[in-house]
Write a new protein. Structure first.
Length: 242
C-alpha cells in the first residue's frame, strides 16, 4: 500500500532534509512550499532521482481557506495521507517592549494557526483509512525553555506542544501517533550568523546541530518501529533543554 506523507515547509532547511529522508525510506512525499517553487521542485526531483516518489503542493499555512482547499483537493486527487509533518513556520524576533502587533500576529497566525489549518482537512481522511498513521510536529527548544527576544515564537512553539499532546489522546485509539520534535540551534540559512562563542556557551555538545540529525528522528517517528511512541516531545538540541 502506498503511504504518503505531507511535509510542510519542505523546500529548504530542516523541511528539505525531512522530505529527503522520508523519500529514502520509501514514502511518497508531498513537498509543500509557500513561495519558492523552484527549490520545492528540486527537492521532489532529488527524491525521484534516488528512486522515490514526490510531488509539490503550494499554499500559505496561515490562510485557512486556501490551505484547506489545497489539502482537500490533494487528498481528493491522490488519497488520504499516511502522515503529516508540520515543519513550516516563521520567526520575527524582537524583545517584547519593541515587538509590533504585526510581528506578534504574523508568528501566531502562521505557526500556531497552521496546526489547525493543515490538520483539520487532513486528519479525518487519515482516520477513515482505518490504518495506522503518523503526525510529527516541529516545536522548538524555545517552546521548552524560552529564549530572549522570542516571546511570540516561544509562545507558538509551546502551544504546538499542547495541541499535539491533546491530538495524540484523540487519535490514539485510531493508531495514529502524534509526537513533537523540538530542535535547538540547527545549521540552516536562518541560523548562519550565530556567533560560534555563543553556540559553545549555550550548547553542552558545543556545536550546532545538522538538519539531517533532526530529519533522522522525524523519519524514525514516521516508521513502523515507532508505533508505540505517541504524545512525546523529543529535543534535538545538543543538551540545551536537558
Amino acid at each position: 500500500m502506498t503511504r504518503t506523507i505531507l511535509v510542510t515547509g519542505a523546500s529548504r532547511g530542516i523541511g528539505r532534509a525531512i522530505a529527503l529522508a522520508l523519500g529514502r525510506d520509501g514514502f511518497d512525499v508531498v513537498v509543500h512550499f509557500a513561495n519558492n517553487q523552484t527549490m520545492a521542485e528540486e527537492v521532489a526531483a532529488a527524491i525521484a532521482a534516488a528512486g522515490g516518489s514526490a510531488r509539490t503542493l503550494q499554499f500559505d499555512i496561515s490562510n485557512r481557506d486556501i490551505c484547506g482547499q489545497a489539502v482537500a483537493e490533494d487528498i481528493d486527487a491522490h488519497g488520504a495521507y499516511y502522515g503529516v509533518v508540520l515543519n513550516a513556520g516563521i520567526s520575527r524576533d524582537q524583545a517584547l517592549p519593541m515587538m509590533t502587533e504585526e510581528d506578534w500576529d504574523a508568528v501566531v497566525h502562521t505557526n500556531l494557526d497552521g496546526f489547525y489549518n493543515v490538520l483539520k482537512p487532513a486528519i479525518m481522511p487519515m482516520v477513515r483509512r482505518r490504518q495506522p498513521g503518523r503526525v510529527v510536529v516541529l516545536s522548538s527548544v524555545s517552546g521548552l525553555i524560552g529564549n530572549r527576544g522570542q516571546t511570540n515564537y516561544a509562545a507558538t512553539k509551546a502551544g504546538l506542544i499542547g495541541a499535539a499532546k491533546s491530538l495524540a489522546l484523540e487519535m490514539a485509539k485510531r493508531n495514529i501517533t502524534v509526537n513533537c520534535v523540538a530542535p535547538g540551534f540547527i545549521e540552516t540559512d536562518m541560523t548562519e550568523n550565530l556567533p560560534e562563542d555563543m553556540v559553545r556557551e549555550l550548547i553542552p555538545l558545543r556545536r550546532a546541530g545538522q538538519a539531517e540529525e533532526v530529519a533522522a528522528l522525524v523519519a524514525f517517528l514516521c516508521s513502523d518501529q515507532a508505533a508505540y511512541i505517541t504524545r512525546q516531545v523529543i529535543a534535538v538540541d545538543g543538551g540545551m533543554a536537558g
